[in-house]
Design a protein around this ligand. Structure first.
Ligand SMILES: C[S@@+](CC[C@H](N)C(=O)[O-])C[C@H]1O[C@@H](n2cnc3c(N)ncnc32)[C@H](O)[C@@H]1O
Length: 413
């Protein structure tokens, strides 16, 4: 159901299509991220069990200026994967930019649908194997209704990739949204409201939480579209882990991955052995909620999920025919980041996460290329004198550690 606030939201994304993108930049770089990355969809949605040869039909609902659409369509084209990526959004301005980006890349596997995602039920569109909805549900009058609309076109055995805002990492945002509702009322034009916001930002008191919040930069680096989206959005709500879980469970969905998994594991945040024992006794949802509350830096939750009664069995990473694959960094590049003491340190929104890897990890990672199977990697190391048991131990530790940071996954069959 639409309302006056929703009409203002539509007007915002016509005036300031989001995110700000220049189609000429496609010649320089491909923007990649989560959700919607082909490797993640293959693994976290389909458990690396869905054949790469099977056509994949994806829907990017609320696709905006095209980041996820372009990423997925380009990745599929590059790998010769059959199927389509359907961009869907209400904004004509966003459509123009997304189409120009696709044209700049010569992509021909995108279908364009300018309409509301709430019209999906009965639309005749789909069914879709994968549905991506990034930064959209939290703007809708009723996010659960939006989710149901998406589920109405989800194919059996399919899955979703979602991003919704999270409260703690957005500390300061809602205070300023309150202030701007007073100074720049919602019934003024987007241009007039933006002008007020810019003036406020110039004189933001040094105590304002947004100034102290280093986890967000859209209002600084995102141009007019970024500033408007963060501080003047007519409606956005943030979900805690528990709130998101409740909404998903209410629609019969179960999370297959909180991205990155390590961010939702409080064990790393609490090295004290007595606390660790307590944490380890907690059910997974409580652990994830605890990690969110302790770290305080999560500004958005990214999840992959599937129907709770149709979970895709995940391929066994210990199976000899499993094929490990990395995302952007090659195996050799990841190996190069391992310190002499065997640790690799990741910085996630300011949180330093050191992870211990086995001594064989660099040698294993240099052999990971998305084509070699576990058997072939083991055989190559056996030639250098690594016994089967030593390999199995090291492979298990390497995979499980890097899987937690979403850097090492299994390729589609
Ligand atoms: C914050 S932007 C996110 C864009 C893109 N998904 C991304 O993450 O870069 C929100 C988008 O949702 C779209 N949107 C909002 N309500 C919608 C609806 N009911 N149906 C379709 N699109 C909608 C807006 O037009 C806007 O492009």
């Amino acid at each position: 159901m639409s309302d006056a606030t929703d009409a203002r939201l539509a007007a915002q994304y016509e005036a300031y299509p989001y995110p700000r993108r220049d189609p000429r930049d496609e010649a320089k770089r491909l923007i990649v991220g989560s959700p919607g990355h082909l490797r993640e969809v293959d693994y976290w949605v389909f458990g690396a069990q869905r054949p790469a040869s099977r056509p994949l039909h994806a829907l990017i609902a609320g696709g905006g200026t095209g980041d996820a659409t372009i990423m997925l369509a380009q990745q599929m084209a590059r790998e010769g994967r059959a199927g389509t990526v359907t961009w869907l959004d209400r904004s004509a301005a966003a459509l123009k930019i997304a189409q120009a980006r696709a044209a700049a890349r010569g992509l021909t596997n995108i279908v364009w649908q300018q309409r509301s995602l709430l019209e999906l039920p009965g639309s005749g569109l789909g069914p879709f194997d994968y549905i991506d909805c990034c930064g959209v549900l939290h703007h809708l009058p009723d996010p659960a209704e939006g989710l149901r609309a998406l589920l109405s076109v989800l194919a059996p055995g399919g899955g979703l990739g979602l991003m919704v805002y999270a409260p703690h990492g957005r500390t300061g945002v809602y205070m300023l949204q309150d202030a701007l509702r007073t100074l720049a009322p919602a019934d003024e034009t987007p241009t007039a409201r933006l002008d007020v916001a810019k003036r406020v930002m110039r004189h933001l008191p040094e105590t304002a939480w947004l100034r102290r919040n280093g986890f967000l930069d859209d209002h600084v680096n995102g141009g007019d579209a970024g500033l408007y989206d963060l501080l003047l959005n007519p409606r956005d709500r943030a979900f805690t882990v528990r709130e998101l879980h409740a909404m998903l469970a209410g629609e019969g969905l179960a999370v297959t991955c909180w991205v990155e998994p390590v961010r939702y594991d409080p064990v790393l945040l609490l090295p004290d052995p007595r606390l660790r024992a307590r944490v380890e006794a907690l059910p997974p949802l409580d652990r994830a909620a605890l990690a969110e509350a302790l770290a305080g830096n999560v500004s958005a939750h990214i999840v992959y999920c599937a129907r709770a009664d149709q979970p895709a069995e995940r391929a066994d990473f210990m199976a000899e025919d499993a094929v490990p694959v990395t995302r952007e960094l090659s195996g050799a590049e990841i190996a190069g980041g391992i310190q002499p003491d065997g640790t690799i340190t990741l910085v996630l929104d300011g949180l330093r996460v050191p992870l211990a890897l086995p001594a064989l990890a660099p040698a294993i990672l240099r052999l990971v290329d998305g084509r070699r199977s576990v058997r072939e990697i083991a055989a190559a190391l056996a030639e250098r004198g690594t016994g089967a048991e030593a390999f199995a131990r090291a492979w298990r530790a390497t995979f499980t550690t890097l899987e937690r940071i979403n850097r090492l996954l299994l390729a589609a069959r």
